[in-house]
Ligand binder design. Structure first.
Ligand code: PAF
Length: 280
């Protein structure tokens, strides 16, 4: 499998697909796992070829340590992609090339979807995500793109960025793929040992508990249950929020006719993990 590092050579490989064929993209930061592969499989089913971008984007990290420690496993990633049936192009650009020598984020106005939860706790993160996904869409010019719902807020940001930039790319959100313990699959899980992996199951356990009691209990009661549950675990809760699924504004009280989602960010040591779940 050829790994393209330059826009020009990737563009030339994609040229035959531009007329009457469909190009899909799965943007990733590498350290691929079954969650990514499920996105690539879906993209392969719905397109004639799929570009998997592998690029650890410096502008979306608000913590230098997190950027440095982010797992980089290009050889293994390519080997995993080679196990799939279909035409996959790996695009692993250098930062200078993708950013045209200007490695900074564009400042977007994403409105309420960017200000809460991840937006509050990771300053500048969504501008970095919006900027890099825009650059990837412009380099690849795909018809359709695929993102996991684990990063639910990111998915809405990508939709909004695509509208702001008027890019003709369909954005598809795909269900979260989980470990048998129900822990959401994530490249960051690779930094956890077996015991930490098991303990991290508390994240989804709390979200399921929130979903179970959502109708009968108030949001403040659910908050208390979740925070008690974390106190008994080895993880540190950064936030648990219930938000309007459309606006992503966090709420303190439920209202009829609105759909809600629960969101958690928590630390296992230095490793930050997130998850979310629909509440109804
Ligand atoms: O979800 C990710 O892996 C990244 O945020 C993305 C979308 C590839 C942008 O760098």
């Amino acid at each position: 499998m050829e790994v393209f590092t330059e826009n020009q050579t990737l563009s030339a490989a994609l040229d035959p697909y531009r007329i009457s064929k469909k190009i899909g993209i799965v943007p990733t930061m590498g350290a691929l796992h079954e969650g990514h592969l499920s996105l690539v499989r879906r993209a392969l089913n719905e397109n004639d070829c799929v570009v998997v971008s592998i690029f650890v984007n410096p502008t979306q990290f608000n913590n230098e340590g997190d950027l440095v420690n982010y797992p980089r496993t290009l050889g293994k990633d390519v080997a995993l992609l080679e196990t799939l049936q279909g035409t996959v192009f790996v695009y692993a650009p250098k930062a200078k090339e993708l950013y045209n020598n200007h490695i900074v984020s564009r400042s977007y106005n994403f409105g309420s979807i960017a200000t809460e939860m991840e937006g509050k706790h990771r300053q500048g993160h969504f501008d970095g995500v919006g900027t890099v996904v825009c650059l990837l869409f412009k380099a690849v010019r795909p018809h359709t793109s695929y993102f996991g719902e684990k990063d639910f807020q990111q998915l809405q940001i990508v939709r909004k960025m695509t509208a702001i930039e008027k890019l003709p790319v369909k954005v598809i959100g795909c269900s979260i793929i989980r470990e048998p313990s129900m822990l959401a699959m994530s490249s960051r899980n690779k930094r956890l040992n077996a015991q930490e992996l098991q303990a991290a199951a508390v994240i989804n356990k709390c979200l399921r508990m929130a979903a179970k009691y959502f109708r009968e209990k108030s949001i403040s009661e659910i908050n208390t249950m979740v925070s008690n549950c974390f106190k008994q675990s080895s993880l540190t809760l950064e936030y648990f929020e219930i938000a309007n699924e459309k606006t992503l504004k966090t709420v303190k009280r439920k209202r009829k006719g609105i759909t809600y989602r629960g969101f958690i960010a928590a630390f296992s040591g230095e490793v930050r993990l997130i998850d979310n779940q629909k509440l109804s």
